[in-house]
Write a protein that binds this ligand. Structure first.
Ligand code: NAP
Ligand code: MG
Length: 401
């Protein structure tokens, strides 16, 4: 008997090895157990090219409509990929497009298993990184200053007012950069972090450098404080504690903490710190990611890419050992959220049971190659891509019955 899922989930397919494991997961671990309507969007590079990327926009709109989506990793084409696939052009990153349409914030969360100890001994629970994914140096304007010059910052308001700030009087060569951010985007970021901390029942930390950048970083801090104040009651009811810290202090505190925190980061801090945290917890194959919009839309995915090196081996007919855990958890994240929104606890329960089956499979010593050297004790052999998924299925069958 399959469990009926009340409302659809938006399914976004992708590329290369990620697409191969995607299909295995769906056919072996999801569809045999759930009676679910999937709104399918094929974001393979070929289909994005064929539709001139319309499909990506349609997929994002579908998530806006149905509230929950699950996405496979996709190729972000560069010049090499344009040649490889004979593309009309280097289409933009689907993740960036979807993030812009949903105005979302990305949260990365590691999956923890007992026999893969984090590099940091004190870490016991996940550290979730929330990265503000708009502006700052990622939308900067920069220039080389070739010799003696006056650099100024000019703001021309539409109503005719003007403000000119002196950046630096250069007596010799140098460099200059201007960055910006937008009030609405900063507010959406704060809102999404607060919503996700409540959702995950974890404490919320935000760090910036407002002692040095009193206006720019200071504005981030103030906006965060204002949004926290507006949600004070929900945060209190959930037992969630909010702390603002200097970014240096936050880094030190995170390393000493036992985890169980949502660490909200400005764009650059999030970029850097998410790689630190991912490495600290083990493999990219164990890192999930969710895009949360301030109006409560959720898109789940694995944090890794399409694992192209493994795909090249797969195409040659060679055996592969690609970790499917993050992709499985993308599915369970979406399924659990669907169950919560639909108020169907049996759907949430299925997601929990499947996650348990994955964790117990690894804890029993069955794991893919990427985990082998991290595991204590180290198993004698690693599982192949399909084999790992079949082992999870066996365990799922036992508990589910
Ligand atoms: P990647 O696919 O994440 O793979 C980088 C390396 O990390 C792999 O070669 C592999 O190392 C290891 N790895 C990653 N995921 C793994 C898994 N599930 N199981 C085992 N090992 C795993 O990054 P990439 O090779 O730089 O990028 C490939 C394509 O993915 C690019 O076209 C890029 O645009 C795209 N991409 C998409 C997303 C997304 O859609 N969210 C994110 C990042 C990149 P070994 O080879 O040593 O085994
Ligand atoms: Mg990075």
């Amino acid at each position: 008997m399959k469990i009926k899922v009340k409302n659809p989930i938006v399914e976004i397919d992708g590329d290369e090895m990620a697409r191969i494991i995607w299909r295995l997961i769906k056919e072996r671990l999801i569809l045999p157990y759930l009676d679910i309507e999937l709104k399918y969007y094929d974001l393979s590079i070929q289909n994005r090219d064929r539709t001139e990327d319309r499909i990506t926009h349609e997929a994002a709109e579908a998530i806006r409509h149905y509230m929950v989506g699950v996405k496979c990793a996709t190729i972000t084409p560069n010049e090499e990929r344009v040649k490889e696939f004979g593309l009309k052009k280097a289409w933009p990153s689907p993740n960036a497009t979807i993030r812009a349409i949903l105005d979302g914030t990305v949260f990365r969360k590691p999956i923890i298993v007992k026999n893969i100890p984090p590099l940091v001994k004190t870490w016991k629970k996940p550290i979730i990184i929330g990265r503000h994914a708009y502006g700052d140096i990622y939308r900067s304007v920069e220039a080389i200053v070739e010799g003696p010059a006056l650099a100024e910052l000019r703001i021309k308001y539409d109503d005719g007012r003007e403000k000119v700030l002196n950046i630096h009087r250069f007596n010799s060569a140098g460099i200059v950069m201007a960055i910006h951010n937008i009030e609405d985007s900063m507010r959406s970021f704060a809102k999404a972090c607060i919503m996700y901390a409540i959702d995950q029942k974890v404490n919320l930390w935000f760090g910036a450098k407002d002692t040095i950048s009193k206006t720019y970083h200071g504005r981030f801090r103030d906006i965060f404080n204002e949004e926290v104040e507006l949600k004070k009651k929900e945060l209190q009811d959930g037992g969630i504690n909010y702390r603002y810290m200097l970014i240096d202090d936050a880094v030190a505190q995170v390393l000493k903490s036992e985890g169980g925190i949502l660490w909200a980061c400005m764009n650059y801090d999030g970029d850097v710190m998410s790689d630190m945290v991912a490495t600290g917890f083990g493999s990219l194959g164990m890192m999930t990611s969710v895009l949360v919009s301030p109006d409560g839309r959720f898109e789940y995915e694995a944090a890794h890419g399409t694992v192209v090196k493994h795909y090249r081996e797969y195409l040659k007919g060679n055996p592969t050992s690609t970790n499917s855990v993050a992709s499985i958890f993308a599915w369970t994240g979406a399924i659990r959220k669907r169950g919560e929104l639909d108020k169907t606890p049996e759907v949430c329960k299925f997601a929990n049971v499947l996650e348990r089956a994955v964790i117990e499979t690894i804890e029993s010593g069955v794991m893919t190659k990427d985990l082998l050297n991290l595991a204590e004790p180290r198993p004698e052999r690693y599982a192949l891509t399909e084999e790992f998924i079949e082992k999870v299925k066996e365990r799922l069958e036992r508990t589910w019955a």
